[in-house]
Design a protein around this ligand. Structure first.
Ligand SMILES: Cc1cc2nc3c(=O)[nH]c(=O)nc-3n(C[C@H](O)[C@H](O)[C@H](O)COP(=O)(O)OP(=O)(O)OC[C@H]3O[C@@H](n4cnc5c(N)ncnc54)[C@H](O)[C@@H]3O)c2cc1C
Length: 351
């Protein structure tokens, strides 16, 4: 890392950070700061819905086969409520998150974005420019930027460092098994019963493994829900487990219809999960990508006047308004067809 001044510094090499870097690097000098060693792991079901696939194809290119897993194609979501099962078809892709996100990082580097990994943001100071204090190994350095874009996800620290409203979060707990079940491997199955989860319980297939997960407030509660859900799948779907392979615990922003959205704090912008963006059933990659596209679009419209951050923020929010309206329509629909969701959401709001 030779430079110490940038037009744009992006925190986080997830889909939001990488897409922002890919779109801005032809106009600005851009640095991505990533806390983990790359390729980094990220707990995920790894479903790219059709909308995400389309955005990637339009703005980045064909998604390489090596980031995909078996079955490559996904065919949609099946939601089981207390009264019925609803199927929503969608032509998506089944991906390995670590590889997919790393591919996006490399695409950003091809566009000449600089990337530093295993580096952590530990301080942000505002002046005419923004000073970012970065720890990397034993080194602490100060970097200057005109715009800072926080794409550091639910586990990031940008909101805390800036004193911006804290994001509420829940625990996701998923386990990987070798085994068999009477289900279509191309589908993502969600169950809304409060017996199995604070929000939903799910099962999908990846590279010959069954991924079974639940949401809770605490790990012990998650383990309890998980056991109940496994019992249910054994009884109703003929689940047969031959071996447990892995276990993942992560966080998810509170999946509620009115999240704590923050798009900017003066000249510091937020995209993806750091902004609070998440669709029902925890689908967040499409919003990470679309918020990056909207923010980059607005920055480019103001490329000669990055200091006019109010105008950049207005442009960004304006470009995001359709996305937010769509998110709301999804919630309204969900609340109608899965009445127990109202119960789950009411409980989550109390967290
Ligand atoms: C169990 C689970 C399953 C999911 N399944 C799906 C799915 O199938 N499909 C889907 O669309 N969405 C899914 N999601 C949601 C999706 O993973 C997120 O919404 C998406 O990753 C958000 O992208 P992002 O770029 O905003 O943040 P992230 O992908 O979280 O990236 C943030 C990056 O910032 C880095 N970072 C954090 N703090 C710092 C710091 N201080 N300094 C530098 N770097 C930092 C992190 O290391 C990380 O690389 C799932 C989430 C969970 C938990």
């Amino acid at each position: 890392m030779g430079n110490t001044t940038y037009d744009v510094i992006i925190v986080g090499a997830g889909p939001a950070g990488c897409m922002t870097a890919i779109l801005l690097s032809d106009v600005f000098n851009v640095l991505i700061i990533e806390r983990q060693k790359l390729p980094r792991s990220k707990s995920c079901s790894g479903i790219l819905i059709e909308k995400s696939v389309k955005l990637i194809r339009e703005y980045v290119g064909e998604i390489p086969e090596y980031v995909q897993c078996i079955p490559r194609k996904t065919t949609g979501l099946s939601v089981t409520t207390s009264s019925d099962t609803f199927d929503f078809s969608d032509n998506g892709l089944n991906i390995i998150r670590a590889e997919f996100d790393y591919w996006l990082t490399k695409e950003a580097q091809k566009k000449e974005a600089e990337v530093i990994e295993e580096a952590n943001i530990s301080g942000i100071r505002r002046g005419k420019n923004i000073t970012v204090e970065v720890y990397q190994g034993q080194d602490v350095r100060e970097l200057e930027t005109k715009l800072l874009i926080a794409c550091d996800g639910i586990n990031g620290c940008s909101r805390r460092l800036l004193g911006v409203v804290k994001q509420k979060k829940v625990i996701t707990y998923q386990k990987f098994y070798k085994g068999t079940i009477d289900m279509d491997a191309t589908k993502f199955y969600a169950y809304t019963s409060p017996e199995f989860s604070k929000y939903d319980a799910w099962i999908n297939s990846k590279d010959g493994m069954l991924v079974i997960g639940v949401i809770a407030e605490k790990k012990t509660e998650a383990q309890h829900y998980h056991e109940k859900f496994i019992e249910f799948l054994i009884k109703t779907k003929n689940l047969r487990i031959s071996r447990e392979v892995d276990e993942e615990i992560w966080f998810l922003p509170l999946v509620v219809p009115e999240p704590d959205l923050v798009f900017n704090n003066d000249n510091i912008f937020f995209a993806g999960e750091a902004a609070g963006l998440l669709n029902p059933f925890g689908e967040g990659i499409s919003l990470a990508l679309s918020s990056a596209i909207a923010l980059a679009g607005s920055c480019k419209m103001h490329k000669h006047k990055l200091s006019q951050y109010d105008s950049i923020a207005d442009g960004y929010k304006n470009l995001m308004s359709k996305e937010l309206a769509y998110m709301k329509r999804q919630w309204d629909f969900l609340m109608r067809f899965a009445p127990e969701f109202q119960h789950n959401i009411k409980n989550l709001r109390g967290i």
